[in-house]
Design a protein. Structure first.
Length: 66
């Protein structure tokens, strides 16, 4: 189960959240980056659909935050 998204926000908090919630049961990768290194295209692969849905809820809130 994978999820792709693009963001200009820092990815450190996303990686930390994933490592806290799903240690060892996800794979996080940067697939591409803009020339100015601002926008990153990320892919996260999960062990279960439940993990993916839980992450989508977190990600939505994170991307909307200031």
């Amino acid at each position: 189960m994978g999820l792709k998204f693009k963001t200009g926000k820092p990815i450190g908090p996303i990686e930390e959240w994933l490592n806290d919630k799903f240690p060892g049961s996800h794979h996080f990768m940067i697939e591409s980056m803009s020339d100015d290194l601002y926008v990153k295209e990320i892919k996260v692969v999960f062990s279960t659909a439940e993990q993916r849905e839980h992450f989508k809820t977190y990600l939505s809130a994170y991307l909307k935050s200031d």
